[in-house]
Structures are given as structure tokens and as C-alpha cells.
Design a protein around this ligand. Structure first.
Ligand SMILES: C[S@@+](CC[C@H](N)C(=O)[O-])C[C@H]1O[C@@H](n2cnc3c(N)ncnc32)[C@H](O)[C@@H]1O
Length: 223
């Protein structure tokens, strides 16, 4: 059987400024893979490559039943979580994005939203919300699910400090929360009061793994 050639397009990743052909004339090094902002599965993600194995082992150890990502952006990381939820069927996954037209649905900029929505259509474990994470609708949706599921929140939206300080208090014992861009957009002093008031502590082993692999992820757990 011959495939329909008209189904092939060159829209994806065609935008200016994409890292196309980056290694056509130089060697890919370990140092290159440590950098944030990579392409994976053809989609863009604001993570380094080590974020993926880091999450794989973190999710394996913690066995969450509900994962929430604040800030989907291009959506490659969201698609990783979605596939994890769809493959394992042991966890629900929500991602929140306030400006989906900018990156998520932007095929020339390597957005993954078109594919994520197909996954969400075939799996009851996967969902995307195009709303502000600080809106009542988002808070009550996440809070309702925290109440019944062992939860992991990944703060990677536009205001990580506010995300942490607003959502960490909603967690119950055994739940976890992590932030991205640790040391750049958020640090201990921004969240110390919340850590103390709500009995949250750094997850020491995974924090060290995240740091050694340059992910800029900092994980916390509710005691
Ligand atoms: C750093 S990017 C997310 C990167 C993504 N998690 C990844 O790993 O590739 C932050 C995203 O958060 C979105 N955002 C900013 N403020 C938001 C809000 N209040 N609610 C939902 N999304 C927001 C931005 O539009 C942007 O796409």
C-alpha cells in the first residue's frame, strides 16, 4: 500500500529561530544536552534532556495518581506526561496554559498542542485547560482532585513563586510539588513561609539528582 504523500507537510518547526540543523557541522556534546530549551519527539520543551529520565524515576518512586503542570508552552513536556498517563493508566494528567495560541498551537514554533489534543480525545486520563491557573475555576478543579488523589504539582507557569505559595497549602500529606527555574525565578526565601506553615520539605535525593543533571527542578514533599 502506498501512503498519501499529500499528508506530509513542512509546517512543523518551519518558523524562524528554530534550532534546525544545529548539529550538521558540529558534534553534539553532553554539555549541549544539559542546556534548557530542547526539542524532543519533534516538539519544543523548556527543559533539558535530563528532565525526562529525572521525571521517569521520580514518578516511578512516588506513584502519583494526579499530576498537574502549570504552563504548557510548546507542550513537549506536557506530551511526555500525557503519554505517561495514557501508557500507565495509573495517573490523571492536567496541563494549564493561559496563552495557547502563542506556543501550544504554534506548529512553526514546534508546538505540540494539536497532537496533545488527539491524545486527550482518546484517553480519559489526559486533559488540557486554557485558563489562568490563579482563576477560581482552575483552583477548584485542582483542589477537588487533590482531595481524592495522591498529587504532584509542577510549577512552570508565569509566576512560580505565586503558583507555589497558592497551591502548596492545598496539598495533603504524601503529596509533592516541584518548581522549575530554581535559583533563577524562585528560591527558598520566596517560599520559606509556606514551607514552614504547611510542613513542606525538600525531597533530598531527587533534589540532588535534579541539581547534578542541571534540570533546574527543585522537588518538595508535604510531610
Ligand atoms: C516556562 S513556560 C512552560 C514550559 C513548559 N512547562 C515546558 O516544560 O516546556 C511558561 C508558560 O506558562 C504560561 N503561563 C503564564 N502565566 C500563566 C497563568 N497564569 N496560567 C497559565 N499559564 C500561564 C505561559 O504562557 C508560558 O507558555
Amino acid at each position: 500500500m502506498k501512503y498519501d504523500k499529500s499528508l506530509l507537510t513542512d509546517i512543523h518547526g518551519s518558523g524562524p529561530g528554530q534550532n534546525t540543523g544545529a548539529y550538521s557541522s558540529k558534534v553534539l556534546t553532553l554539555e549541549d544536552t544539559l542546556k534548557i530549551n530542547q526539542r524532543y519527539m519533534g516538539g519544543g520543551m523548556s527543559q533539558n534532556y535530563f528532565a525526562i529520565p529525572w521525571f521517569e524515576y521520580y514518578l516511578d518512586v512516588n506513584r502519583f495518581e494526579y499530576i498537574v503542570e502549570f504552563g504548557s508552552q510548546k507542550g513537549c513536556l506536557s506530551t511526555y506526561f500525557a503519554n505517561f498517563a495514557g501508557i500507565t493508566e495509573r495517573v490523571f494528567f492536567d496541563t494549564f496554559e493561559l496563552y495557547p495560541e502563542e506556543c501550544w498551537f504554534n506548529r512553526p514554533e514546534e508546538g505540540c498542542g494539536h497532537w496533545f489534543e488527539k491524545l486527550a480525545n482518546i484517553s480519559p486520563h489526559i486533559n488540557s485547560f486554557y485558563i489562568d491557573v490563579f482563576e477560581e475555576e482552575a483552583i477548584s478543579h485542582v483542589q477537588g482532585n487533590i482531595e481524592q488523589f495522591k498529587t504532584f504539582i509542577f510549577c512552570d507557569g508565569g509566576d512560580k513563586v505565586k503558583e507555589f505559595n497558592n497551591y502548596a497549602p492545598l496539598l495533603k500529606s504524601g503529596d509533592c510539588i516541584a518548581v522549575h527555574d530554581w535559583g533563577h525565578e524562585i528560591d527558598t526565601h520566596n517560599i520559606q513561609e509556606t514551607l514552614d506553615s504547611y510542613n513542606l520539605e525538600v525531597d533530598p535525593l531527587f533534589a540532588e539528582s535534579a541539581s547534578k543533571t542541571g534540570t533546574l527542578i527543585m522537588p518538595f514533599r508535604k510531610v
